[in-house]
Ligand binder design. Structure first.
Ligand SMILES: NCC(=O)CCC(=O)O
Ligand SMILES: [Mg+2]
Length: 330
């Protein structure tokens, strides 16, 4: 009679030994909630392609922030959805100190000074054409002119109280330019979360509905600045440049389809590495759950743990509040 010398099933036999050898655990403290803010008061608008997600006026965003704090979620990432009258070719509303986004930041920081507030730095919610930057006559996004606009935008956000500015535009050199401008203005502790490896992904579709840029973008795409989905070495080059320019945290986006990239980035640089479970990932999970095809709680937590296991230090997610509730009920 021969026996297996090693029985890995032995440790799986009981809950106590499974618990003792569990390598990766998810905490509310790993999560960053994502929210969309709109003008007006007492307004909540459903986002049809993201059931359960709503655009919120500032007063309702404060309630969402209350939930984050109560659940131990350390930070909130905010995106604006602005009305057409505030969109222009030069995106100037993006750095208006009295604009929606800056007002929202002041209100949120006044309510919860300890809740980390992350501002999105990219022009797409503010441009009439829905691109993340300024364009020439052929629709090509101009790198260096766009950086000037992004610098204004980042400064306005730091001024309004955002703790972290998060350039999500993928222009070359914008992290360094923003870092210099923040230092010169005395914002030495404003952190930069660089969307370093942001792929030209079709999983962003529902987000563009949420911020109202899909109509403006029309048939346009973002392939001249976001990364090709087949590339992974290039992600390391992007991350390396952003670190050199002064990023405090780097990000890979989307999440689940790109966990190989997360692992390479984490192993290579040992940087605080964040991952974004994007709108399309949310929509897939939600749709399957609503149809009764998948168990929502299990698949959401499994997806988030997979991201952490791949090396993510923190995860931006539309599910953050729900996931934190599930974790606390465990
Ligand atoms: N800058 C944010 C995006 O481009 C999209 C995020 C998402 O799809 O959730
Ligand atoms: Mg880059």
């Amino acid at each position: 009679m021969t026996f297996p010398h090693t029985r890995l099933r032995r440790m799986r036999r009981d809950a106590f030994s499974r618990e003792l050898m569990r390598e990766t655990r998810l905490h509310p403290g790993d999560l960053i909630m994502v929210a969309f803010v709109i003008d007006g008061s007492d307004r909540r608008e459903a986002v049809p392609s993201m059931p359960g997600v709503e655009r919120l006026s500032i007063d309702h965003s404060l309630n969402l922030a209350d939930d984050c704090v109560a659940l131990g979620i350390p930070a909130l990432a905010l995106f604006p959805s602005v009305e057409a009258q505030y969109k222009s070719a030069d995106a100037a509303e993006a750095w208006n100190p009295q604009g929606l986004f800056q007002r929202a930041a002041r209100a949120l920081k006044a309510r919860h000074p300890q809740l980390g507030l992350i501002g999105d730095v990219a022009l797409d919610p503010y441009t009439t054409h829905g691109q993340d930057g300024l364009i020439d006559d052929h629709g090509y996004v101009l790198n260096d002119l766009t950086i000037e606009a992004l610098v204004r935008m980042a400064l306005a956000q730091a001024e309004a109280g955002f703790d972290i500015v998060a350039p999500s535009d993928m222009m070359d050199g914008r992290i360094g330019a923003i870092r210099d401008a923040l230092e010169n203005a005395g914002h030495v502790n404003t952190r930069i979360l660089a969307y370093s490896a942001k792929y030209a992904s079709a999983f962003y579709g529902p987000f563009r509905d949420a911020v109202g840029s899909s109509a403006s973008l029309g048939k346009g795409d973002k392939h001249t600045y976001q990364m090709d989905i087949g590339n992974s070495d290039e992600a390391l080059r992007e991350v390396e440049l952003d670190i050199g320019e002064g990023a405090d945290m780097v990000m890979v986006k989307p999440g689940l389809p790109y966990l190989d990239v997360v692992r390479r980035v984490k192993d290579h640089f040992g940087m605080p590495t964040f991952v974004y479970q994007v709108s399309g990932e949310y929509a897939m999970l939600k749709a399957a759950a609503q149809n009764g095809w998948l168990d929502e709680r299990s698949v959401v937590l499994e997806s988030l743990i997979a991201m952490k296991r791949a090396g993510a230090d923190a995860i931006l997610s539309y599910y953050a509040i729900e996931a934190a509730r599930w974790l606390r009920a465990d």
